[in-house]
Design a protein around this ligand. Structure first.
Ligand code: GAL
Length: 508
């Protein structure tokens, strides 16, 4: 759990950083953009710390060159960003397509490609057009058709430049923070018993329809990959010697709700049983969890090309008696550890366990970690040692999952490129590799110490063994007699170290 592991990731491993439209773009009313639920939410008094809004954010809409320069400095191979739905379809429907919005994203894609950076594009990172919320948002099942049409517009117009797509970012957070706790837009908290499950049902179906549009109309010509990003903590039994705590940890349902229908078919038996039991305990005659029809199960199952995972921390699990409460929280037996950033505490070991769990549960899919990172708040200190520590430890655990557990991990993405609008807490919590000075109207980006640190992990493609490096250095003097010896030597080294050093070997 604590040991350091040396070695490298696969040769084509994707190394990236991540962002999202509402958190960085600003330009909330420029060039014909419509309003989103986050525009409305942040402009509602009392919703966001310090009354912050995304009106200007990092002004990435007007500072594309600065962002590309920052990406080049980190030396990433891919950049994950999201599209603002109301920037393309101001009222959420295809009645009017805003060409200026499309042009902005085309220019961004062209600039990335020119910089040799592979784009990874998220269709929905939480900024629903307000006009769609006005007719029920994710609760109204007509949203499935709206999302499908929106996806079609993006695939048609931007698809020739994109190879990696994500339909939804973190359906769990959309559902629970937006429709149970009301801490995120649209801020609903009046029906915690039923609303999350209705919203979740429509999101899963919307995802599947978007995947099918791509599969049927665009895959042959564009050859990209489409998937969903789910978030999951790792749940560790609070007391490893207590059977009840083990069971509580297994009862945490992040993935069974979202990944199970898409990767295995239907909600997991655990999710179905938990919601049913709690519904019956409350005197209901049936489960509050909606059912998929057999045709729907079939249509949703398999709608993925890789597994997108966001992960930040672990939680301790132990049983909690919710009695007869009819509330989402009572269905998942989940208890959070206190964290530095309220919800986040550094627990690198959990990431390796989670990756292994995904491998076993979902039949070894290719996995891209689409977010992982840490925040600070309070006074600015560009020497962000805590972030260097976090990345070093977490990425090392990813390496262990790859080399020791044979997890099919194909990419890693740090959250986030810039300090940005951290949703409900505004600009007070800073996850960026780059500091954005908000007292300067130009919003300059300044690298924190973690930039060169993360960049060197990228350049090394992991954590090369210093001993292996010196072995090879001392063996670079070439003589025919030693060739055989060297061949044997690399055989005993971790095979990926050999991949990294291969250019030197073949020169010999
Ligand atoms: C994720 C979210 C990101 C970012 C991050 C850090 O849940 O997708 O947008 O805010 O958390 O809190």
């Amino acid at each position: 759990r604590q040991m350091y592991h040396y070695g490298n990731f696969s040769q084509n491993f994707l190394w990236g950083v991540s962002s999202s439209a509402y958190q960085i773009e600003g330009a909330w009313r420029e060039d014909g953009k419509g309003l989103s639920i986050w525009d409305k939410f942040t402009h509602t008094p009392g919703k966001i710390s310090e009354h912050d809004t995304g009106d200007v954010a990092c002004n990435s809409y007007n500072k594309m060159e600065d962002d590309i320069a920052a990406l080049k400095k980190v030396k990433v191979s891919h950049y994950r960003f999201s599209i603002s739905w109301p920037r393309i379809l101001p009222d959420g429907t295809t009645k009017y397509i805003n060409q200026a919005g499309l042009n902005y994203y085309k220019k961004l894609l062209d600039s990335l490609i020119a910089a040799n950076i592979e784009p990874q594009v998220t269709l929905y990172h939480w900024d629903l057009p307000q006009a769609l919320q006005d007719v029920g948002g994710w609760e109204n099942e007509t949203i499935i058709e709206r999302f499908k049409e929106y996806a079609d517009v993006l695939f048609e117009n931007l698809g020739p430049k994109v190879k990696l797509w994500i339909t939804f970012n973190e359906p769990f957070v959309i559902t629970v923070l937006g429709h149970v706790q009301g801490a995120h837009a649209p801020g609903l908290n009046d029906r915690p018993d039923t609303l999350p499950y209705i919203v979740g049902h429509n999101i899963i179906k919307s995802h599947a329809e978007a995947w099918h549009v791509y599969n049927d109309k665009y895959r042959a010509s564009q050859g990209g990959l489409v998937s969903i990003t789910v978030n999951s903590d790792w749940a560790e039994p609070r007391n490893p010697y207590k059977q009840e705590d083990y069971e509580a940890a297994r009862n945490v349902f992040y993935l069974g709700w979202w990944a199970h229908p898409i990767f295995n078919g239907d909600y997991s038996p655990l999710v179905k049983k938990s919601v049913l039991d709690q519904s019956l305990a409350g005197g209901l005659t049936k489960s509050r969890l909606p059912e998929f029809t057999p045709e729907e199960i079939k249509r949703i199952n398999g709608t993925y090309d890789y597994f997108g995972l966001n992960h930040y921390c672990s939680v301790l699990a132990f049983p909690v008696d919710f009695g007869t409460t009819q509330h989402f929280e009572a269905d998942s037996d989940r208890t959070w550890l206190e964290t530095g950033s309220v919800w986040l505490r550094m627990t690198p070991f959990g990431l390796r366990r989670l990756l292994k769990f995904i491998k076993d549960e979902y039949r070894n899919p290719p996995i891209i970690i689409t977010e992982n990172g840490v925040s600070e708040n309070g006074p600015v200190d560009l020497n962000d040692v805590h972030r260097k520590y976090y990345y070093e430890k977490y990425i090392n655990q990813v390496l262990k999952a790859y080399l020791l557990d044979d997890v099919n991990i194909i990419g890693y993405t740090a959250w986030s490129l810039l300090d940005n609008l951290e949703w409900g807490v505004g600009y007070t919590e800073r996850f960026g590799l780059f500091y954005v000075n908000r007292t300067d109207p130009d919003l300059p980006r300044t690298p924190k110490a973690s930039v060169s640190f993360y960049s060197s992990i990228i350049s090394c493609n992991g954590f090369p063994d210093p001993q292996a490096m010196s072995f090879f250095k001392s063996n670079l003097v070439i003589s025919p007699q030693r060739k055989q010896k060297k061949k044997q030597a690399h055989f005993y080294l971790p095979h990926l170290v050999w991949v990294t050093l291969r250019p030197k070997l073949s020169r010999s």
